[in-house]
Design a protein around this ligand. Sequence first.
Ligand SMILES: C[S@@+](CC[C@H](N)C(=O)[O-])C[C@H]1O[C@@H](n2cnc3c(N)ncnc32)[C@H](O)[C@@H]1O
Length: 390
Amino acid sequence: MTDDTAHERRALAGRLADAGVLTTPTLRGAVESVPRELFLKPGVFLPADGGWQPVPWATADEATRTQIAYREESLTTQLDGHLTADKVDGLVKGSPTSSSTTPVTVVSMIEELGLEDGHAVLEIGTGTGYSAALMCHRLGEDNVTTIEVDPCVAARADAALETAGFSTWTVTGDGLLGNPRRAPYDRVIATCAVRRIPYAWVRQTKPGGIILTTVGGTWNYGTGLAKVTVNEDGTAEGRIIGRSSFMQARSQAPELVSGDLSARVAYADSERATKVAPSLLTEWMPAFVAQLAAPRAQFTRARDTDGTALMYVFDPERESFAHFIAQGDVWKSVRQGGPVPLWDNIEQALMAWQEAGSPDISAVQLRVTDNSHTYWIEGHPALRWQHDLA
Ligand SMILES: C[S@@+](CC[C@H](N)C(=O)[O-])C[C@H]1O[C@@H](n2cnc3c(N)ncnc32)[C@H](O)[C@@H]1O
């Protein structure tokens, strides 16, 4: 199966260049050369009716394959850690566990790396291999190492990379450990989200080298793209350069609270009016701030059998919760239970953030050491969070 998609690749590169995302001529050459459709075998799942419609690549016609591959969308290629589009007949339910990230995100992240000839890159989250292929085209196959935790996904990506002409270093394993065998790297890029930047990545990056990854809590939003530079002293420093959302690195993904929540919130230690609207937690930057203030917390929304909206923050490891009570459409009060006063901590941070003029996520700076992550917003001592490992 060789689709002739040269025209679509050039058009994609043109759109990305017009949008100001693709600026480096050598990377433009990569976008124009690497056929994304090669990396979508054995097929994709398209969202449909609250589930997923499989489109197996072997039976889809060329026009369909081309039309899907050059959509500027992330394309889900695996559900629930095992299901691929060639294994199911009709609409299925499931959670995406591997995908081809939308080209605009992939390309803007690679541009952000400021690649130079001879740079050695480590990618965490090979997925389909498309982003690795773009970097191979730019740097040469020997300068790219890519790690994928799922052996089947890694094998498919490796095969696709070979077909595209790149015999690169595709490693199967937990990317949170990096890949010491080929270290040190000039650039480390993760296309999965992490709750904290593993110190192994800092260790494996040359001084002056860059680590680019999505960081944040366990929510699927309220996460940011961290860009840090490694210092001679083994620390790394930088900032959050914008919003970013990726699937969580598997080994860091927590078991999410679900099911009947009533038992979890049965015993409250306090109840009071809220000073800040808890509905703020549905917005991106407040959600980011909340997760800095309560790094292990999960945010859950549900509906009661009578349709009443329910909203909670849980820290299951610390047996702590905040349960918000609505009057009509307005969230009025909060019941809190357990040793960690989750909403007190989050509310205090949100109030300080509002008093600071509600700065954007790009105001957040970050320093990583071997035992801590410190996030802060300059000039606002109340907006500083240190997360210690020990
Ligand atoms: C969004 S996809 C990657 C997209 C890919 N770069 C592309 O362009 O096709 C995220 C991938 O990260 C992988 N992943 C999750 N946790 C990982 C970990 N701890 N180490 C390595 N890969 C991981 C998932 O299995 C998934 O394939």
